[in-house]
Write a protein that binds this ligand. Structure first.
Ligand code: FCB
Length: 477
Protein backbone atom coordinates (compact mmCIF):
# COMPACT_ATOMS: atom_id res chain seq x y z
CA UNK A 1 0.00 0.00 0.00
CA UNK A 2 1.35 3.39 -0.91
CA UNK A 3 0.12 5.15 2.22
CA UNK A 4 -1.57 2.77 4.59
CA UNK A 5 -1.90 5.38 7.31
CA UNK A 6 -4.22 7.68 5.39
CA UNK A 7 -7.84 6.63 5.67
CA UNK A 8 -9.94 6.59 2.52
CA UNK A 9 -11.96 9.64 1.60
CA UNK A 10 -15.41 8.23 2.18
CA UNK A 11 -18.45 9.77 3.76
CA UNK A 12 -20.26 6.53 4.53
CA UNK A 13 -19.27 6.48 8.17
CA UNK A 14 -20.02 10.12 8.96
CA UNK A 15 -21.26 10.77 12.44
CA UNK A 16 -20.25 7.48 13.99
CA UNK A 17 -18.45 7.78 17.32
CA UNK A 18 -14.95 6.46 18.02
CA UNK A 19 -14.58 3.15 19.81
CA UNK A 20 -11.58 1.55 21.47
CA UNK A 21 -11.13 -2.21 21.84
CA UNK A 22 -9.54 -3.96 24.85
CA UNK A 23 -5.73 -3.95 24.99
CA UNK A 24 -4.22 -6.88 23.13
CA UNK A 25 -7.31 -7.42 20.96
CA UNK A 26 -6.19 -9.76 18.18
CA UNK A 27 -6.83 -8.10 14.82
CA UNK A 28 -6.57 -10.51 11.93
CA UNK A 29 -7.61 -11.60 8.49
CA UNK A 30 -8.45 -15.10 7.27
CA UNK A 31 -8.09 -17.27 4.18
CA UNK A 32 -8.26 -20.99 3.39
CA UNK A 33 -5.87 -23.24 1.51
CA UNK A 34 -8.00 -24.31 -1.43
CA UNK A 35 -9.33 -20.80 -1.90
CA UNK A 36 -5.94 -19.14 -2.38
CA UNK A 37 -3.01 -21.52 -2.80
CA UNK A 38 -3.33 -22.91 -6.33
CA UNK A 39 -0.41 -25.22 -7.18
CA UNK A 40 -2.95 -28.01 -7.00
CA UNK A 41 -0.63 -30.63 -8.45
CA UNK A 42 2.71 -29.31 -7.19
CA UNK A 43 4.96 -30.25 -4.33
CA UNK A 44 3.44 -33.69 -3.94
CA UNK A 45 -0.13 -32.48 -3.34
CA UNK A 46 -2.86 -34.91 -4.39
CA UNK A 47 -6.54 -34.12 -5.12
CA UNK A 48 -9.05 -33.24 -2.47
CA UNK A 49 -12.82 -33.44 -2.79
CA UNK A 50 -12.78 -29.81 -3.95
CA UNK A 51 -10.48 -30.64 -6.88
CA UNK A 52 -12.80 -33.40 -7.96
CA UNK A 53 -15.92 -31.33 -7.41
CA UNK A 54 -14.68 -28.20 -9.17
CA UNK A 55 -13.53 -30.28 -12.14
CA UNK A 56 -16.97 -31.85 -12.44
CA UNK A 57 -18.96 -29.88 -15.03
CA UNK A 58 -21.90 -27.96 -13.61
CA UNK A 59 -20.74 -27.95 -9.98
CA UNK A 60 -18.98 -24.58 -9.77
CA UNK A 61 -20.10 -21.40 -11.52
CA UNK A 62 -18.38 -20.98 -14.88
CA UNK A 63 -16.37 -24.16 -14.33
CA UNK A 64 -13.91 -22.32 -12.08
CA UNK A 65 -11.42 -24.42 -10.10
CA UNK A 66 -8.77 -23.83 -7.46
CA UNK A 67 -5.98 -25.04 -9.75
CA UNK A 68 -4.31 -21.62 -9.72
CA UNK A 69 -6.50 -19.52 -7.39
CA UNK A 70 -4.44 -16.60 -6.07
CA UNK A 71 -1.21 -18.47 -6.74
CA UNK A 72 -0.40 -17.88 -3.09
CA UNK A 73 1.76 -21.01 -3.04
CA UNK A 74 4.26 -19.13 -5.20
CA UNK A 75 3.58 -15.66 -3.79
CA UNK A 76 3.81 -16.34 -0.10
CA UNK A 77 6.46 -13.67 0.57
CA UNK A 78 4.62 -10.97 -1.34
CA UNK A 79 1.38 -11.85 0.44
CA UNK A 80 2.94 -11.85 3.91
CA UNK A 81 4.52 -8.47 3.09
CA UNK A 82 1.03 -7.14 2.31
CA UNK A 83 -0.22 -8.48 5.65
CA UNK A 84 2.63 -6.68 7.37
CA UNK A 85 1.75 -3.42 5.61
CA UNK A 86 -1.80 -3.83 6.89
CA UNK A 87 -0.40 -4.23 10.38
CA UNK A 88 -2.20 -7.52 10.97
CA UNK A 89 -1.63 -8.94 14.44
CA UNK A 90 -2.68 -12.40 13.31
CA UNK A 91 -3.30 -14.34 10.12
CA UNK A 92 -5.69 -17.28 10.01
CA UNK A 93 -4.85 -19.74 7.25
CA UNK A 94 -5.64 -23.39 6.69
CA UNK A 95 -3.39 -26.32 5.99
CA UNK A 96 -4.26 -28.41 2.96
CA UNK A 97 -4.56 -31.99 4.18
CA UNK A 98 -3.66 -33.54 0.78
CA UNK A 99 -0.60 -31.29 0.57
CA UNK A 100 0.90 -32.47 3.83
CA UNK A 101 -0.45 -36.01 3.77
CA UNK A 102 -1.01 -36.95 0.13
CA UNK A 103 -3.88 -39.36 -0.28
CA UNK A 104 -4.89 -38.85 3.34
CA UNK A 105 -2.83 -41.73 4.73
CA UNK A 106 0.73 -42.56 5.59
CA UNK A 107 3.66 -40.31 6.42
CA UNK A 108 3.89 -36.55 6.01
CA UNK A 109 5.05 -35.03 2.74
CA UNK A 110 8.13 -32.96 3.68
CA UNK A 111 7.65 -30.59 0.75
CA UNK A 112 4.10 -29.85 1.82
CA UNK A 113 5.12 -29.20 5.41
CA UNK A 114 7.97 -26.99 4.22
CA UNK A 115 5.53 -24.66 2.53
CA UNK A 116 3.68 -24.10 5.81
CA UNK A 117 6.96 -23.82 7.74
CA UNK A 118 8.05 -21.05 5.40
CA UNK A 119 4.67 -19.36 5.76
CA UNK A 120 4.73 -19.53 9.55
CA UNK A 121 8.33 -18.36 9.73
CA UNK A 122 7.57 -15.40 7.45
CA UNK A 123 4.61 -14.47 9.64
CA UNK A 124 6.64 -14.70 12.82
CA UNK A 125 9.44 -12.66 11.25
CA UNK A 126 6.88 -9.87 10.73
CA UNK A 127 5.43 -10.21 14.21
CA UNK A 128 2.19 -11.73 12.91
CA UNK A 129 0.67 -14.49 15.05
CA UNK A 130 -0.04 -17.57 12.91
CA UNK A 131 -3.50 -19.05 13.46
CA UNK A 132 -3.74 -22.50 11.89
CA UNK A 133 -6.96 -24.18 10.78
CA UNK A 134 -6.51 -27.91 10.23
CA UNK A 135 -9.59 -28.55 8.12
CA UNK A 136 -11.15 -26.00 5.83
CA UNK A 137 -13.06 -28.50 3.68
CA UNK A 138 -10.35 -30.14 1.54
CA UNK A 139 -10.75 -33.83 2.41
CA UNK A 140 -8.27 -36.02 0.49
CA UNK A 141 -10.22 -37.68 -2.32
CA UNK A 142 -9.27 -41.28 -1.35
CA UNK A 143 -10.89 -40.74 2.05
CA UNK A 144 -14.09 -39.66 0.32
CA UNK A 145 -13.84 -42.73 -1.90
CA UNK A 146 -13.67 -44.82 1.27
CA UNK A 147 -16.89 -43.25 2.57
CA UNK A 148 -16.00 -39.67 3.44
CA UNK A 149 -17.27 -38.01 6.60
CA UNK A 150 -20.36 -40.25 6.85
CA UNK A 151 -17.85 -43.04 7.57
CA UNK A 152 -16.57 -43.22 11.15
CA UNK A 153 -13.03 -44.07 10.11
CA UNK A 154 -12.54 -40.58 8.65
CA UNK A 155 -12.53 -39.14 12.17
CA UNK A 156 -9.53 -41.26 13.10
CA UNK A 157 -7.76 -40.33 9.91
CA UNK A 158 -8.23 -36.68 10.77
CA UNK A 159 -6.57 -37.25 14.14
CA UNK A 160 -3.61 -38.97 12.43
CA UNK A 161 -3.20 -36.01 10.07
CA UNK A 162 -3.45 -33.62 13.02
CA UNK A 163 -0.55 -35.42 14.70
CA UNK A 164 1.62 -34.90 11.62
CA UNK A 165 0.90 -31.19 11.53
CA UNK A 166 1.27 -30.76 15.29
CA UNK A 167 4.66 -32.47 15.24
CA UNK A 168 5.89 -30.32 12.38
CA UNK A 169 4.48 -26.91 13.29
CA UNK A 170 3.61 -27.14 16.96
CA UNK A 171 6.84 -25.49 17.99
CA UNK A 172 5.90 -22.26 16.20
CA UNK A 173 2.10 -22.14 16.03
CA UNK A 174 0.20 -21.28 19.19
CA UNK A 175 -3.40 -20.97 17.95
CA UNK A 176 -5.15 -23.97 16.42
CA UNK A 177 -8.60 -24.43 14.95
CA UNK A 178 -9.60 -28.01 14.25
CA UNK A 179 -12.58 -27.65 11.90
CA UNK A 180 -13.89 -24.71 9.98
CA UNK A 181 -17.69 -24.64 9.85
CA UNK A 182 -18.63 -28.31 10.21
CA UNK A 183 -22.23 -27.34 9.28
CA UNK A 184 -21.06 -26.58 5.74
CA UNK A 185 -18.98 -29.75 5.46
CA UNK A 186 -21.88 -31.91 6.62
CA UNK A 187 -25.02 -30.26 5.32
CA UNK A 188 -23.79 -28.60 2.12
CA UNK A 189 -21.35 -31.40 1.34
CA UNK A 190 -23.62 -34.39 2.02
CA UNK A 191 -27.11 -32.84 2.37
CA UNK A 192 -27.78 -30.41 -0.47
CA UNK A 193 -24.65 -31.38 -2.39
CA UNK A 194 -23.99 -27.71 -3.14
CA UNK A 195 -20.44 -28.19 -1.84
CA UNK A 196 -17.93 -30.99 -2.31
CA UNK A 197 -18.24 -33.91 -2.39
CA UNK A 198 -21.69 -33.05 -3.77
CA UNK A 199 -23.66 -35.90 -2.25
CA UNK A 200 -27.28 -35.58 -1.22
CA UNK A 201 -28.48 -37.92 1.51
CA UNK A 202 -30.07 -36.61 4.69
CA UNK A 203 -28.88 -39.46 6.94
CA UNK A 204 -25.36 -39.19 5.57
CA UNK A 205 -25.33 -35.47 6.30
CA UNK A 206 -26.25 -36.11 9.94
CA UNK A 207 -23.64 -38.87 10.22
CA UNK A 208 -21.05 -36.59 8.62
CA UNK A 209 -21.80 -33.89 11.18
CA UNK A 210 -21.23 -36.37 14.01
CA UNK A 211 -18.00 -37.78 12.60
CA UNK A 212 -16.65 -34.31 11.91
CA UNK A 213 -17.16 -33.48 15.57
CA UNK A 214 -15.70 -36.82 16.62
CA UNK A 215 -12.65 -36.05 14.47
CA UNK A 216 -12.49 -32.65 16.14
CA UNK A 217 -12.47 -34.20 19.61
CA UNK A 218 -9.78 -36.70 18.67
CA UNK A 219 -7.74 -33.90 17.09
CA UNK A 220 -8.00 -31.80 20.25
CA UNK A 221 -6.64 -34.74 22.23
CA UNK A 222 -3.84 -35.28 19.71
CA UNK A 223 -2.89 -31.60 19.87
CA UNK A 224 -2.93 -31.59 23.67
CA UNK A 225 -0.65 -34.62 23.74
CA UNK A 226 1.79 -33.12 21.23
CA UNK A 227 1.71 -29.49 22.43
CA UNK A 228 0.35 -28.92 25.93
CA UNK A 229 0.89 -25.18 25.44
CA UNK A 230 -1.30 -24.88 22.33
CA UNK A 231 -4.46 -22.77 22.34
CA UNK A 232 -7.03 -25.05 20.75
CA UNK A 233 -10.50 -24.30 19.45
CA UNK A 234 -13.06 -24.99 16.79
CA UNK A 235 -14.83 -22.61 14.40
CA UNK A 236 -18.57 -22.84 13.93
CA UNK A 237 -20.75 -20.74 11.64
CA UNK A 238 -23.68 -19.49 13.65
CA UNK A 239 -26.85 -17.64 12.74
CA UNK A 240 -29.54 -16.06 14.82
CA UNK A 241 -32.71 -17.76 13.63
CA UNK A 242 -35.77 -15.52 13.89
CA UNK A 243 -39.38 -16.52 13.26
CA UNK A 244 -41.08 -14.42 10.58
CA UNK A 245 -43.99 -13.84 12.97
CA UNK A 246 -45.08 -14.67 16.50
CA UNK A 247 -47.34 -17.44 15.22
CA UNK A 248 -46.55 -20.71 17.01
CA UNK A 249 -45.91 -22.50 13.70
CA UNK A 250 -43.29 -19.91 12.68
CA UNK A 251 -41.72 -20.01 16.13
CA UNK A 252 -41.47 -23.78 15.81
CA UNK A 253 -39.87 -23.48 12.36
CA UNK A 254 -37.25 -21.20 13.94
CA UNK A 255 -36.64 -23.73 16.71
CA UNK A 256 -36.07 -26.48 14.14
CA UNK A 257 -33.67 -24.51 11.96
CA UNK A 258 -31.84 -23.23 15.03
CA UNK A 259 -31.44 -26.87 16.04
CA UNK A 260 -29.88 -27.85 12.73
CA UNK A 261 -27.80 -24.72 12.15
CA UNK A 262 -26.53 -23.96 15.64
CA UNK A 263 -27.38 -26.41 18.40
CA UNK A 264 -26.45 -29.51 16.36
CA UNK A 265 -22.86 -28.38 16.90
CA UNK A 266 -22.85 -26.15 19.98
CA UNK A 267 -24.53 -28.70 22.25
CA UNK A 268 -22.27 -31.71 21.57
CA UNK A 269 -19.12 -29.56 21.47
CA UNK A 270 -19.79 -27.50 24.57
CA UNK A 271 -22.30 -29.56 26.57
CA UNK A 272 -21.55 -33.11 25.51
CA UNK A 273 -25.06 -33.94 24.31
CA UNK A 274 -27.40 -33.63 21.35
CA UNK A 275 -30.52 -31.53 22.02
CA UNK A 276 -33.54 -33.79 22.60
CA UNK A 277 -35.82 -31.72 20.37
CA UNK A 278 -33.32 -31.92 17.49
CA UNK A 279 -33.12 -35.70 17.83
CA UNK A 280 -36.92 -35.86 17.79
CA UNK A 281 -37.04 -33.64 14.69
CA UNK A 282 -34.58 -35.96 12.95
CA UNK A 283 -36.38 -39.16 13.93
CA UNK A 284 -37.53 -39.71 10.35
CA UNK A 285 -33.97 -39.30 9.08
CA UNK A 286 -31.83 -41.29 11.49
CA UNK A 287 -32.03 -43.18 14.77
CA UNK A 288 -28.59 -41.79 15.77
CA UNK A 289 -27.30 -45.36 15.81
CA UNK A 290 -23.98 -43.99 14.57
CA UNK A 291 -23.38 -42.35 17.97
CA UNK A 292 -21.31 -44.70 20.10
CA UNK A 293 -20.66 -44.84 23.80
CA UNK A 294 -18.03 -42.26 24.68
CA UNK A 295 -18.34 -40.23 21.49
CA UNK A 296 -19.93 -37.24 23.15
CA UNK A 297 -17.28 -37.19 25.86
CA UNK A 298 -14.62 -37.11 23.13
CA UNK A 299 -16.46 -34.44 21.18
CA UNK A 300 -16.74 -32.23 24.27
CA UNK A 301 -13.05 -32.49 25.21
CA UNK A 302 -12.37 -29.12 26.87
CA UNK A 303 -11.21 -26.29 24.61
CA UNK A 304 -9.28 -23.07 25.12
CA UNK A 305 -11.40 -20.88 22.88
CA UNK A 306 -14.33 -20.90 20.49
CA UNK A 307 -14.26 -19.37 17.01
CA UNK A 308 -17.46 -17.91 15.59
CA UNK A 309 -17.98 -17.14 11.92
CA UNK A 310 -20.78 -14.69 11.39
CA UNK A 311 -22.29 -13.46 8.14
CA UNK A 312 -26.06 -13.09 8.41
CA UNK A 313 -29.35 -14.08 10.03
CA UNK A 314 -31.97 -16.62 9.03
CA UNK A 315 -35.59 -15.51 9.15
CA UNK A 316 -37.87 -18.49 8.73
CA UNK A 317 -41.55 -19.35 8.50
CA UNK A 318 -43.62 -22.48 8.76
CA UNK A 319 -44.48 -24.46 5.68
CA UNK A 320 -47.68 -23.35 3.99
CA UNK A 321 -49.78 -25.90 2.16
CA UNK A 322 -49.30 -25.59 -1.57
CA UNK A 323 -46.55 -22.97 -1.28
CA UNK A 324 -43.09 -24.16 -2.24
CA UNK A 325 -40.40 -23.39 0.34
CA UNK A 326 -38.42 -20.34 -0.67
CA UNK A 327 -34.89 -21.45 -1.31
CA UNK A 328 -33.25 -18.10 -0.52
CA UNK A 329 -29.60 -19.05 -1.18
CA UNK A 330 -29.72 -22.43 0.52
CA UNK A 331 -31.13 -25.52 -1.09
CA UNK A 332 -33.82 -26.92 1.23
CA UNK A 333 -32.13 -30.30 1.20
CA UNK A 334 -29.43 -29.00 3.52
CA UNK A 335 -32.03 -28.96 6.32
CA UNK A 336 -32.74 -32.69 6.90
CA UNK A 337 -36.22 -33.28 8.20
CA UNK A 338 -37.08 -29.59 7.87
CA UNK A 339 -36.87 -29.25 4.10
CA UNK A 340 -40.24 -27.55 3.97
CA UNK A 341 -39.37 -24.61 6.22
CA UNK A 342 -39.44 -21.34 4.29
CA UNK A 343 -36.52 -18.91 4.43
CA UNK A 344 -37.94 -15.43 4.26
CA UNK A 345 -36.25 -12.41 2.75
CA UNK A 346 -37.01 -9.18 4.56
CA UNK A 347 -36.09 -6.72 1.86
CA UNK A 348 -33.21 -5.25 3.87
CA UNK A 349 -29.89 -4.49 2.10
CA UNK A 350 -27.98 -7.57 0.99
CA UNK A 351 -24.43 -8.32 -0.11
CA UNK A 352 -23.49 -9.72 -3.50
CA UNK A 353 -24.19 -13.20 -2.03
CA UNK A 354 -27.77 -12.01 -1.37
CA UNK A 355 -27.04 -12.42 2.33
CA UNK A 356 -28.94 -9.88 4.41
CA UNK A 357 -26.72 -7.40 6.21
CA UNK A 358 -27.53 -7.72 9.90
CA UNK A 359 -24.88 -6.44 12.29
CA UNK A 360 -27.08 -6.71 15.42
CA UNK A 361 -27.14 -10.44 14.69
CA UNK A 362 -23.47 -10.59 15.59
CA UNK A 363 -24.18 -9.16 19.04
CA UNK A 364 -26.98 -11.70 19.54
CA UNK A 365 -24.80 -14.57 18.37
CA UNK A 366 -21.82 -13.76 20.55
CA UNK A 367 -24.00 -13.11 23.59
CA UNK A 368 -25.80 -16.39 23.09
CA UNK A 369 -22.62 -18.44 22.93
CA UNK A 370 -21.30 -16.75 26.03
CA UNK A 371 -24.50 -16.62 28.05
CA UNK A 372 -25.88 -20.06 27.15
CA UNK A 373 -22.77 -22.13 26.50
CA UNK A 374 -19.37 -21.08 27.71
CA UNK A 375 -17.09 -18.68 29.54
CA UNK A 376 -14.24 -19.46 27.13
CA UNK A 377 -12.59 -16.66 25.16
CA UNK A 378 -14.44 -16.12 21.89
CA UNK A 379 -12.98 -14.97 18.60
CA UNK A 380 -14.81 -13.87 15.49
CA UNK A 381 -12.80 -16.08 13.14
CA UNK A 382 -14.62 -14.84 10.02
CA UNK A 383 -16.84 -11.91 9.15
CA UNK A 384 -17.08 -10.07 5.87
CA UNK A 385 -19.01 -9.41 2.70
CA UNK A 386 -18.91 -9.87 -1.05
CA UNK A 387 -19.58 -6.85 -3.21
CA UNK A 388 -18.95 -6.13 -6.86
CA UNK A 389 -15.69 -4.22 -7.10
CA UNK A 390 -14.50 -1.88 -9.81
CA UNK A 391 -10.89 -0.98 -10.45
CA UNK A 392 -10.76 2.74 -11.30
CA UNK A 393 -7.39 4.32 -11.98
CA UNK A 394 -5.70 1.39 -10.31
CA UNK A 395 -7.74 1.69 -7.09
CA UNK A 396 -10.79 -0.06 -5.61
CA UNK A 397 -13.00 2.12 -3.43
CA UNK A 398 -15.14 -0.56 -1.75
CA UNK A 399 -17.28 1.64 0.48
CA UNK A 400 -19.98 -1.01 0.93
CA UNK A 401 -17.52 -3.57 2.28
CA UNK A 402 -15.90 -0.96 4.48
CA UNK A 403 -19.29 0.02 5.92
CA UNK A 404 -20.07 -3.66 6.53
CA UNK A 405 -16.86 -4.09 8.53
CA UNK A 406 -17.50 -0.88 10.44
CA UNK A 407 -21.02 -1.95 11.42
CA UNK A 408 -19.89 -5.41 12.51
CA UNK A 409 -16.95 -4.10 14.49
CA UNK A 410 -19.36 -1.80 16.31
CA UNK A 411 -21.48 -4.87 17.00
CA UNK A 412 -18.45 -6.76 18.25
CA UNK A 413 -17.67 -3.86 20.57
CA UNK A 414 -21.25 -3.84 21.82
CA UNK A 415 -20.94 -7.53 22.64
CA UNK A 416 -17.78 -6.85 24.63
CA UNK A 417 -19.56 -4.07 26.52
CA UNK A 418 -22.30 -6.57 27.32
CA UNK A 419 -19.74 -8.86 28.94
CA UNK A 420 -18.71 -11.19 26.11
CA UNK A 421 -15.04 -12.22 26.41
CA UNK A 422 -14.33 -11.47 22.74
CA UNK A 423 -10.57 -11.53 22.23
CA UNK A 424 -10.14 -11.02 18.50
CA UNK A 425 -11.67 -10.48 15.08
CA UNK A 426 -10.63 -11.88 11.70
CA UNK A 427 -11.86 -10.21 8.55
CA UNK A 428 -12.94 -12.53 5.76
CA UNK A 429 -10.98 -12.27 3.66
CA UNK A 430 -7.46 -11.02 3.32
CA UNK A 431 -7.83 -11.16 -0.45
CA UNK A 432 -10.35 -12.09 -3.12
CA UNK A 433 -10.33 -15.83 -3.70
CA UNK A 434 -12.12 -18.95 -4.92
CA UNK A 435 -15.53 -18.64 -3.30
CA UNK A 436 -16.42 -22.35 -3.42
CA UNK A 437 -19.49 -23.07 -5.60
CA UNK A 438 -19.37 -19.44 -6.77
CA UNK A 439 -15.84 -19.70 -8.10
CA UNK A 440 -14.17 -16.34 -8.64
CA UNK A 441 -17.45 -14.51 -9.23
CA UNK A 442 -17.76 -13.30 -5.63
CA UNK A 443 -15.17 -11.01 -4.10
CA UNK A 444 -14.76 -10.94 -0.30
CA UNK A 445 -11.22 -9.59 -0.12
CA UNK A 446 -9.80 -6.45 1.43
CA UNK A 447 -7.14 -6.90 -1.23
CA UNK A 448 -8.31 -7.06 -4.82
CA UNK A 449 -6.85 -9.85 -6.94
CA UNK A 450 -6.60 -9.52 -10.71
CA UNK A 451 -6.64 -13.23 -11.56
CA UNK A 452 -5.08 -12.76 -15.01
CA UNK A 453 -1.99 -10.94 -13.84
CA UNK A 454 -2.13 -11.98 -10.14
CA UNK A 455 -1.73 -8.31 -9.26
CA UNK A 456 -2.88 -7.43 -5.74
CA UNK A 457 -4.53 -4.05 -5.06
CA UNK A 458 -5.40 -3.17 -1.46
CA UNK A 459 -8.94 -1.79 -1.49
CA UNK A 460 -10.19 1.15 0.57
CA UNK A 461 -11.37 -1.34 3.20
CA UNK A 462 -7.78 -2.58 3.61
CA UNK A 463 -6.47 0.94 4.21
CA UNK A 464 -9.32 1.59 6.63
CA UNK A 465 -8.69 -1.71 8.46
CA UNK A 466 -5.00 -0.88 8.78
CA UNK A 467 -6.02 2.31 10.54
CA UNK A 468 -8.44 0.40 12.81
CA UNK A 469 -5.61 -1.92 13.82
CA UNK A 470 -3.20 0.97 14.37
CA UNK A 471 -5.68 2.73 16.68
CA UNK A 472 -6.99 -0.51 18.23
CA UNK A 473 -10.42 0.79 17.39
CA UNK A 474 -12.59 2.97 15.24
CA UNK A 475 -11.84 6.64 14.70
CA UNK A 476 -14.48 9.36 14.88
CA UNK A 477 -15.54 9.90 11.29
C1 FCB B 1 -17.49 -19.22 4.98
C2 FCB B 1 -16.25 -20.01 4.65
C3 FCB B 1 -15.20 -19.23 3.93
C4 FCB B 1 -15.80 -18.28 2.93
C5 FCB B 1 -16.89 -17.45 3.56
C6 FCB B 1 -17.50 -16.44 2.63
O1 FCB B 1 -18.58 -20.07 5.07
O2 FCB B 1 -15.68 -20.52 5.82
O3 FCB B 1 -14.30 -20.12 3.35
O4 FCB B 1 -16.24 -18.98 1.83
O5 FCB B 1 -17.89 -18.28 4.04
Amino acid sequence: MSNPASPPAVGVLAGRPPLTFPPGFLWGAATAAYQIEGAAAEGGRTPSIWDTFSHTPGRVVAGHTGDVACDHYHRLDEDVALMAELGLKSYRFSVSWPRVQPGGAGPANPEGLDFYRRLVDALLAHGIEPWLTLYHWDLPQPLEDAGGWPARDTAGRFADYTRLVADALGDRVRYWTTLNEPWCSAFLGYGSGAHAPGRSDAADAVRAGHHLMLGHGLAVQALRAARPDAEVGVTVNLYPVTPASGEPADVDAARRIDGLANRFFLDPLLRGSYPADLMADLAGVTDFGHVREGDLATISTPLDLVGVNYYSRHVVAAPVEGVAPETYWRAPSCWPGSEDVRFVTRGVPVTDMDWEIDAPGLVETLRRVHEEYTDLPLYVTENGSAFVDAVVDGAVDDVDRLAYFDAHLRAAHEAIAAGVPLHGYFAWSLMDNFEWAWGYTKRFGMIYVDYDSQTRIPKSSARWYAEVIRRNGLAAE
